[in-house]
Design a protein around this ligand. Structure first.
Ligand SMILES: Nc1nc2c(c(=O)[nH]1)N[C@H]1C(S)=C(S)[C@@H](COP(=O)(O)O)O[C@H]1N2
Ligand SMILES: [Mo]
Length: 520
């Protein structure tokens, strides 16, 4: 087990030699996520979720250590098990790393190999100690001097021969190897996160005034305790992606390539993007896997260049019906080119709520397209935009049970009364948010205990591209109640009551809140 830890540690150390390269453990995790069947993958992303997925990484480490322990036990009888067992590990690790576009090939191969070599070496060394400790009677003192070179053979020859000494030596070696493993893993981590991306981000200056809400800001609804604020602060913004370790992109070594069915393929540096005409758009984006009533949705002021400006510079060819995108970590998606010309905001984004794009949200640049779920449009850490045809390209989620087109469905959420709160009888607000980006919201209604629908008051909001806050007065009477809500979009279409799960193209049904009201 210790030798397996050493193997992992050395592997992580070697892969840390190149800054910002994921370690093999992370690559295995990535491979697990992307090779898993769609449903399991969805589960893993939702469960390990919205943070950094440490649970998955810890799980991989524990499984490796347990398998390592097994190899150790078998190797006690059969030393050949050591090279065999670790060899299998190394090959699996290398395959996962080779599949990871963020890992250079040399490191993908060298890191697990050196790791495995360290593991085998440590295991065989400890095995020798252990065998000697159980050997009786003690063999005569070794005649080969302890000055022999520290190779595997010399260790066998110059070993102490007293069983107790051997046992002590075994534990000393095991302890030493464990300490070395921890040091190596730690050093690898430190090397990797040299922070070039974070430093570069700290130096980015967006145009003065970026991130301001451009339409009249009615903040009166923000006073309702528990109601979602109109603008989602960056630190509260939902986080969904397949990346176990967020790509650390140094904009100095990055460019965006525009290629495919265009007249003049070209590349844009980060500075060139910043020098273009940047605009601010307040836009709500949502994840297709958001359940009714859940919070994989957020609203921010995005600063960026209209995507059409970027693509027109390359000259889009007439037959190019799909805008395909790829991130530095190999994630892909695509949407119909015609959506760029129907009036919806579609941006190459560099700023979020007045700040440079946070690393976890795609620094240095990402795409945001109003009215489309993130899985078909919102590439973070974007690297390539390829104009192609609708038939010729399928994005990452396409063969995993999700629809090729991903328009955001009309939906609303009840925030107040808050979940799990007991109310006191009397006036109580019912409030929440509603969205139907690009169509806008014309009406929200609520009902209590499946009674008559009552129209809620809408906060004033300037565009059809954001969610709106809504509120209704309610005289709460003692007892248990259920509250439902439904939204109607700007085209007069009311959201459906039919319950559907997120797959393949977004959950439907009315949001419902159960409340208990006590006597005043
Ligand atoms: N590179 C990359 N970009 C990605 C994804 C991803 O897995 N990798 N996930 C997409 C999905 S499914 C969503 S919903 C949004 C979420 O963006 P956020 O994490 O900034 O909220 O990012 C999109 N962009
Ligand atoms: Mo998503």
């Amino acid at each position: 087990m210790t030798s397996a830890a050493l193997a992992l540690g050395v592997t992580e150390l070697v892969s840390g030699v190149e800054a910002n390269t994921p370690g093999s453990i992370a690559s295995v995790g990535r491979a697990f996520i992307s090779w898993a069947p769609g449903s399991l993958e969805r589960w893993a992303i939702d469960t390990f979720g919205t943070g950094d997925k440490p649970a998955l990484l810890a799980g991989i480490v524990v499984i490796c250590l347990l398998l390592g322990a097994l190899v150790g036990v078998v190797a006690q009888r059969q030393p050949a098990a050591a090279p065999f067992g670790f060899g299998v590990f190394a090959v699996a690790g290398a395959l996962a790393a080779l599949d990871d576009p963020l890992v250079p090939t040399a490191i993908a191969v060298a890191a697990p190999m050196l790791g495995a070599y360290s593991g085998i070496f440590a295991l065989l060394m400890m095995r020798t100690r252990l065998l000697q400790s159980t050997m009786a009677p003690p063999a005569p003192p070794a005649t080969v001097a302890a000055t022999a070179t520290p190779s595997a053979t010399s260790i066998v020859v110059e070993s102490p021969t007293n069983p107790h000494a051997s046992r002590r030596a075994f534990f000393a070696y095991a302890g030493g190897a464990a300490a070395l493993a921890a040091t190596a893993a730690g050093a690898g981590k430190a090397l990797r996160g040299r922070g070039a991306a974070e430093q570069a981000r700290a130096q980015v200056r967006l145009p003065a005034g970026s991130g301001r809400i451009t339409t009249p800001a009615d903040t009166s609804f923000d006073a309702i305790t528990g109601l979602t604020p109109r603008i989602t602060p960056n630190e509260d913004f939902y986080l969904i992606d397949t990346a176990l370790l967020k790509p650390q992109v140094n904009p100095a070594n990055w460019k965006l390539t525009i290629e495919g069915m265009v007249e003049r393929p070209y590349e844009l540096t980060f500075d060139e993007i910043l020098a273009m005409d940047l605009v601010d758009e307040e836009l709500t984006i949502a994840c297709v896997s958001n359940e009714v009533g859940d919070d994989l949705i957020g609203n921010a002021v995005w600063t960026g260049v209209p995507l059409l400006d970027v693509l027109d510079r390359a000259g889009i060819q007439p037959g190019a019906t799909q805008v395909a995108q790829r991130s530095v970590d190999g994630w892909t998606c695509g949407f119909p080119t015609e959506l760029l010309r129907d009036g919806r905001p579609a941006l190459l984004v560099v700023g979020m709520n007045g700040e440079p794009l946070p690393i976890i949200h795609g620094f240095p640049a990402r795409v945001v397209v109003s009215g489309l779920y993130g899985y078909v449009s919102a590439t973070k850490w974007i690297e390539t935009i390829t104009l192609t045809t609708w038939e010729d390209f399928d994005g990452y989620w396409m063969d995993k049970g999700w629809s090729k087109e991903g328009p955001v469905k009309t939906q609303c959420r009840i925030d107040v009364p808050r979940r799990g709160r007991t109310l006191v009888a009397g006036p109580a607000p019912i409030a929440g948010v509603a969205w139907a980006p690009i169509r806008g919201i014309s009406k929200v209604e609520v009902r209590v205990d499946e009674g008559d629908w009552v129209e809620a008051t809408l906060s004033s909001v300037g565009t059809d591209f954001t969610w709106i806050q809504w509120m209704a007065e309610w005289e709460a009477v003692p007892g248990e109640h259920v509250i439902d809500a439904r939204a109607t979009d700007g085209e007069g279409e009311t959201q459906t009551a039919a319950i559907a799960p997120p797959a393949p193209n977004g959950a439907t049904g009315y949001p419902r809140r159960s409340v208990v009201v006590e006597d005043a």
